[in-house]
Design a protein around this ligand. Structure first.
Ligand code: TRP
Length: 338
């Protein structure tokens, strides 16, 4: 059996549950914009993943449009990349079913995200939430994607994707699915909660003050940074001094990511600065970088039909890749088709 070579291809996705945050932008979308010039890229609004927990139907549609608008406004170019929402490509769900029959219960039981999300009330969690990682494996492998940029919290799911691909290839004695590489973001792009530096910035956290939403206006952004939790000490003279200062480090890292530089360079510009100096500078920087994106998002969201057309066109392109892969999978498995 000679190992086939797979064309380098990026796949990643964002769930449309709640709006788009600075964490999604700096941790994911901003990097995707760069990757689309380096490799064939497929970016997906994963609405089928969102419904593993309850979503209000009207909000779900608008949430899908908001994520798509955020990607477009940030520079994802539908002429270069494929941009679509997952449910318009039914092959995702079809391949996920096959993977449900490949993945083992023992593997699923080890998924820490399910344990975190289902909590102590796992009996009441949906079956979809449990099977979530198998759908994610289908998202990736349906396109024979070789590179998957994700946050650290998704690493275990990409490892499961590799396990599913290996078991499928082994069981059916075919090197059909690639063994995908996770492209894990560095700590510099992991944006933390503004009220608690030990937690990731999330769109579903209870207080709006803990996150920057991509649609926040300038005053709100400034207010949130000025009220962000910090310790009382000023900025250190070198980055080493940010160790064990989660909140301070987060603000420096956000500054660095927004200005395309490193935390070292930020500290070199603000050695020993007090928060009264640094926070307003960060707020100004954030407003200047985010305002053009949020203005463009608002413009796009004024014409939802146009976003819907863009996503439908993306779905057509995605299906052109996905359908032959699913057909071949059916043949390999022995599912009869006319
Ligand atoms: N589970 C991912 C998250 O919560 C979203 C996702 C779904 C995804 N399918 C994917 C990411 C495929 C990368 C590749 O962030």
């Amino acid at each position: 059996m000679t190992a086939p070579t797979f064309t380098p291809r990026v796949f990643s996705g964002i769930k449309p549950s709640g709006g788009l945050t600075l964490g999604n932008y700096l941790g994911a979308i901003k990097r995707w914009v760069d990757m689309q010039s380096e490799m064939e890229s497929i970016y997906c609004v994963v609405d089928l993943h969102a419904i593993t927990v309850w979503q209000d139907p009207a909000e779900l549609k608008n949430g899908t449009r908001e994520i798509a608008a955020g990607m477009l406004a940030s520079g994802i170019d539908p002429a270069k990349s494929i941009l679509f929402n997952q449910s318009q490509v039914p092959e995702h769900a079809q391949l996920a079913w096959i993977f449900n029959c490949v993945a083992r219960l023992g593997w699923m039981n080890r998924m820490t995200q399910f344990k975190d999300k289902a909590g102590s009330n796992a009996e009441k969690a949906s079956l979809g939430l449990y099977a979530y990682p198998s759908l994610m494996a289908a998202d990736i492998l349906l396109y024979h994607a070789t590179h998957v940029p994700v946050g650290e919290d998704q690493k275990q799911h990409v490892e499961l994707t590799r396990d599913i691909a290996s078991k499928f290839n082994h069981d059916f004695k075919r090197d059909f699915f690639p063994i995908t590489e996770p492209v894990i973001d560095g700590p510099a792009t992991r944006v933390m909660n503004l009220r608690d530096g030990s937690k990731k910035m999330s769109k579903s956290g209870e207080s709006d003050m803990e996150r920057i939403n991509m649609l926040d206006d300038a005053d709100t952004i400034a207010k949130k940074f000025k009220k962000a939790k910090t310790d009382p000490a000023p900025l250190p003279e070198t980055v080493d001094g940010l160790k064990d200062r989660a909140e301070a480090r987060n603000l420096v890292e956000i500054y660095a990511a927004l200005s395309d530089t490193t935390p070292e360079a930020v500290i070199a510009d603000y050695p020993g600065a007090g928060w009264g100096t640094f926070k307003p500078a960060l707020a100004d920087l954030a407003v200047s970088k985010l305002a053009p994106i949020s203005d463009e998002m608002k413009r796009l969201l004024n014409d939802p039909a146009e976003i819907d057309r863009t996503l439908a066109a993306g779905a057509q392109k995605a299906r052109a890749i996905a359908a032959p892969v699913l057909d071949e999978t059916y043949d390999i498995v022995g599912l009869l088709r006319g």
